[in-house]
Design a protein around this ligand. Sequence first.
Ligand SMILES: C[S@@+](CC[C@H](N)C(=O)[O-])C[C@H]1O[C@@H](n2cnc3c(N)ncnc32)[C@H](O)[C@@H]1O
Length: 847
Amino acid sequence: MGKKTKVGKQRKDKYYQLAKETGFRSRAAFKLIQLNRKFGFLQKSRICIDLCAAPGGWMQVAHQNMPLSSIVIGIDLFPIKPIPGCISITEDITTEKCKTAIKKEIKTWKADVVLNDGAPNVGLNWIHDAYQQACLTLSALKLATNFLRQGGWFVTKVFRSKDYHALLWVLKQFFKKVHATKPQASRNESSEIFVVCQGYIAPDSIDPKLLDAKYVFEDLEIVKKAHNNILHPEKQKKAKAEGYKENDYTTHHKVMLSEFLAKEDPIDLLQECSEIVIDDEDVHNHPKTTKEIKECCKDIKVLGRKDVKAILNWLKHIKESKKTKEPTEEKEDVDDKEEHKDEADKEEETIDDEVAELQDEEKRQLKRKRKQLNKQRQKLAEKMNLKMVLKGDDGPILESNDMFRLSDIKDVKQLNMVIDQAPDIVAEASDSDDEGKVKQKYMKYDVEGSKLDSSGLFYKDSDSDLEMESDSDTEDKQSLGFSDSDNESKDIDKLTKLNTLRNSKLKATPAKAKKNPLLTDLDDTDPISRRSMKAELWFQKDSFKDIDNEEDEGVDLDKLAATHKKKGKKVADSNISDLGSQKGMKRKQSDSESSSDEDSDYDVEENVAPTGENAGNKSGKGKDGFEVVSQDPELKRLKKSMKMDAETFALGTMIATSKKFKRDLVDDGWNRYAFNDKNLPDWFVDDEKKHMKKEVIVPEKFTEEYKNRLQDIDARPIKKVVEAKARKKKRMIKKMERAKKKVEAVMDNADMSEREKSQQVRQLYKKAQTEVKKKVTYVVAKKHTTAKRMKRPTGVKGHYKVVDPRMKKDLRAQKAKEKTKGRGKKGNINKNKTKSRPAKKKGKKAK
Ligand SMILES: C[S@@+](CC[C@H](N)C(=O)[O-])C[C@H]1O[C@@H](n2cnc3c(N)ncnc32)[C@H](O)[C@@H]1O
């Protein structure tokens, strides 16, 4: 028999060797080293309790990493060889005795860190060991809750078994942060991991159930009981004698897999059986029949909840896969049936879908209606708040649809009928109509009233039906208060009915139906004619009186363009004045604005008209028959004073961005002078001048913004300065670069001492930072030579400037004069004493 080779845990790996070399008592020491490297819980700890510490590897590490004179207490079932500076206790950590022993050592102090590397020394089977370890961890936690200070650390070993999550949950109840980690020194094949719990909460009271394995690992009780039989056979309670079932004289029941597969619900059978025998070769080789399943099948009685679930799932899969393999004929029959069933199902589904869709649609409609109703209610509430509507007063109400309508009367007969029926006839007209010689009677019915009350009927009226969707009508609708939402609120059914009615009507009546002579449109103008009316109104103004000259019609277009060019400036000027007269906002309308689009409506440059007064007094006709507008001195002054200040800019922005603002502004620009009323009393005109202009309020926010912008622009230096500064900066950068190179050379110089080097470096940088003005040598030019022609004089180095001799003399004379200024007044003592020095030899160096 040869020597047994060591496997698994017994294998001597690098950490084993390392522990031997470094003097640690166990390879486990490296696990703590690695954990501490990651979380750093030992460095600041003064008291450490190491549970299950033998042989003391962790104690050594703790002692090494904790501050000097810290306390390390190690506890184990087995005695720990003394470690200098550490206390060891031989106790079982699950007992009360252990608690008192620790208390004896620690007294009233609290531990900063509690370590637990406990592993049960049982080794019966893995499940049992894992459970024992979990219980041991719970005991360690119990001790930790007794001795740990608030904010302290608890580091424990845990096996990754089915109790792992329960344990983690418990730990999370006691600590702020819980980290699970596996240090490198822990073998890969080992299921152990380490949980580092940070920040002990130190609750005032602890529910003992939280630390009771019975509650924490509930479903393992079965396992525990099963293994209790092995561990403590003497403690086991004797089961009540029930006797054997008939023909059943064993406690171990083997059940064939086929039996399970035949059963609808295998749970009952599973409760009774101790082992499932896989009697089918196919099932044996089935991918779902894993090793674990096979193992579980061997001993059902020891399975936990998860395993039982796994077995049930496996049985289900096997059943299903068996079903699919059943004879094809049977399958075809089933398929046929299923097909029919499918079709019926599909039909049913489509019907269901449709019903659901309809229901949805109905719901949506209801929701919409409710929303609109709420809106209306809200509006009404607002109106009531503003006292626009009074409670109890419902305003004009449409009483019934059979109200009198002119449109209903198609001929004389009908009219007579109406007249006869009408009780409110107040007068009789004797005139006869040309067409039908109808007796016309004035009726009490107010046209305006009928229009208002019969709002719903308005659109049903004969001819107007045809134009219902035209723009003008929608405009009218809006003007009458028919908003879009009102239309939307109409019931869809009603609308569709209305549409069909209208369509049939359209078909029945020819396009050019006879017009009811009784019906006259009060607002008979179409939009175009309305606009032309506006324009006409505008041109009724005095200022246009003379323009309406036939001569103008013959004006050549080219000529017009040329004049326009010449006058362009003038017109623009008057624009600005006009703008200034009302903070840039008094604008006039002209004919073109009426016919063109909205934007061009107020195109001031093209259509400037003078104010009434100006037009009357200061205008004259130019050569081309155009009015020459002379500028009002007041406007001129305004123009001068008007700078494009922040407020004007803000106003401009608002005009450009808000159409409404622009429109309001133009509307406000209209005043009684727009139509040049004459013969008004002077006091009225004066007063009106003051108040006719509505003040335009520009929000301060906008003005502030522009003010800041303008300030920024003002604060900016001029271009030349910026350029000069940039040049200077560039020069400095170049200089610094050169200095750096020199510094590098100095630093590389091995002959120089450090002191010398630092001195030189300092000097170099200082020199680089100071800007030395270039020395310029002035050279006086020779007679009869210009500065350009002159060559560099001998002996002159660097920059030089050739100066004019005359200039030099003049400069000297001026300086001398300044020096002697005022001397002559005091008795003229030094009179004529100061003489200008004779000029130096030409071509010589000058200072
Ligand atoms: C892996 S060793 C600890 C190694 C130790 N951390 C080190 O570094 O040297 C596990 C220890 O737990 C101890 N142990 C197991 N159950 C215990 C219990 N109930 N009370 C105290 N110690 C226990 C064992 O005696 C064993 O020495």
